[in-house]
Design a protein around this ligand. Structure first.
Ligand code: 5GP
Ligand code: ZN
Length: 114
């Protein structure tokens, strides 16, 4: 998708601090972290949001959770814990229209999510 900021990051047209990469998935540090650890995990396939998933994409989404698990173990937040958030659409506060999973950790996170 030409005008998508995350597609540009995937193509290397915009620099990012990569944490993990394979053929289908990329993880990089959020430019404006909301917690000491704030990583975005995205599919390389442009899926605009959770509601734009197509049949078969559930395999990719399940792989994303496996990658999140791997990253959590690699950077040592698996014991203390973390939070995964997916914002969807206007009311969900989604600003970038390329499906992404926020991985937040590194401190005791707030109890409320709204
Ligand atoms: P959303 O509000 O769509 O759920 O989250 C979008 C996230 O992408 C925000 O946390 C924002 O800081 C991050 N973001 C937006 N543009 C860039 C960028 O160019 N590079 C990186 N690393 N993060 C970005
Ligand atoms: Zn995209």
């Amino acid at each position: 998708m030409e005008d998508c900021v995350f597609c540009k990051i995937i193509k290397g047209e915009i620099p990012s601090n990569k944490v993990y990469e394979d053929e289908e998935i990329l993880a990089f540090k959020d430019i404006n972290p909301a917690a000491p650890i704030h990583i975005l995990v995205i599919p390389k396939k442009h899926i605009a949001s959770l509601v734009d998933m197509k049949e078969g994409d559930e395999i990719l989404i399940s792989k994303i959770y496996t990658v999140i698990n791997k990253i959590a173990q690699d950077i040592g937040i698996d014991k203390k814990g973390f939070r995964v958030i997916v914002n969807c659409g206007e009311d969900g506060g989604q600003e970038v229209a390329h499906l992404h999973f926020h991985l937040l950790a590194g401190k005791k996170l707030g109890e409320k999510i709204v």
